[in-house]
Design a protein. Structure first.
Length: 302
């Protein structure tokens, strides 16, 4: 497994480093710790660095920035080495989101670990623009860290039986999670809402029996889906519980997270109703934006 840890010196990237330690990656994992020195291009190809004095002054500034980046990486490597996690370091210059995506793709990373916000993210924002771009476009799974994680005791896994939720299940099994982790497997029932949205001409009052049968069938499928997921994790020695909640998927996941207080919410990029052309489904984006804990957007392992 190849893991890319992105740091920028913010409190969120420090928490991302601690989260990687808590995941207890296997000794054979190939870990790269990267920081990106921001170098944005403006209208007409103008870069700020080109406007900062003489050539010698610009050179000194670049050298100072490079040195600070190397020092940041060295501190991060020391933190990881304390937990016997071996990693290599990498400094890149350019647009942070683009560089992260390019390096993750070039290295064929299975997982990108980064803070939900960075140094330049406005304080009121719950999700920074770089994190949001990486979450949407990465081909790897992405763990957006929002809180300090010392140990991983509970993971809330959202599943609906789609290929996307199957992918995040396989990813968690391949990771693997620390053995003490408990899996809380949740699926949401949306039969009444879906029926109304997809068939607005349906007279709900005169079709109560139809909707009741729909809900009964959906409940049966939900029990089957959660049971299958639980069985896979139980086979690996994890403790599990399952929940079937009536309501919208995103709201159900966020509500369950408030109740069970997991270190991580794990879900696929899209669900059964996901539009194939979209890079990220509305449920995944809403959960990543509003969850109070860290969120793992899982994709199929490479």
């Amino acid at each position: 497994m190849k893991i890319l840890l992105v740091v920028d010196g913010s409190s969120y990237s420090e928490m991302a480093t601690e989260a990687l330690k808590a995941l207890q990656p296997p000794s054979e994992a190939e870990i790269t710790v990267m920081t990106v020195v921001p170098e944005h291009t403006f209208l007409g190809g103008v870069r700020l660095g080109a406007l900062r004095g003489s050539t010698e002054a610009r050179k000194k500034l670049q050298e100072a920035q490079q040195q600070r980046a190397l020092e940041l990486l060295q501190r991060t490597l020391q933190v990881l080495s304390a937990s016997k996690v071996k990693a290599e370091s990498l400094v890149r210059w350019g647009d942070p989101a683009k560089i992260i995506l390019n390096v993750a793709d070039k290295n064929r990373a299975s997982l990108v670990v980064m803070g939900a916000k960075g140094l330049t993210s406005p304080l009121p924002l719950h999700l920074g623009s770089v994190a949001q771009t990486v979450m949407k476009h990465a081909r790897a799974s992405v763990l957006l860290v929002r809180k300090k994680i010392a140990t991983i005791n509970r993971v809330l896994l959202a599943t609906d039986g789609s290929k996307y939720s199957d992918a995040v299940t396989r990813f968690l099994l391949d990771l693997p999670l620390p053995q003490q982790s408990q899996l809380i497997v949740i699926t949401a029932l949306q039969s009444h809402l879906a029926a109304f949205m997809k068939m607005p001409t349906l007279d709900l009052e005169t079709n109560q029996e139809l909707l009741a049968n729909l809900q009964k069938a959906e409940e049966s499928q939900a029990q089957r889906i959660t049971a299958e997921s639980e069985k896979q994790f139980q086979g690996k020695g994890y403790k599990t519980i399952s929940l079937v909640i009536q309501g919208g998927a995103a709201d159900s996941i966020l509500k369950a997270a408030e109740e069970y207080d997991p270190e991580i919410i794990a879900l696929g990029t899209k669900g059964l109703t996901g539009i194939e052309s979209l890079l990220l489904g509305s449920v995944a984006e809403r959960v990543a934006r509003y969850a109070e804990c860290s969120v793992l957007i899982g994709r199929a392992p490479r």
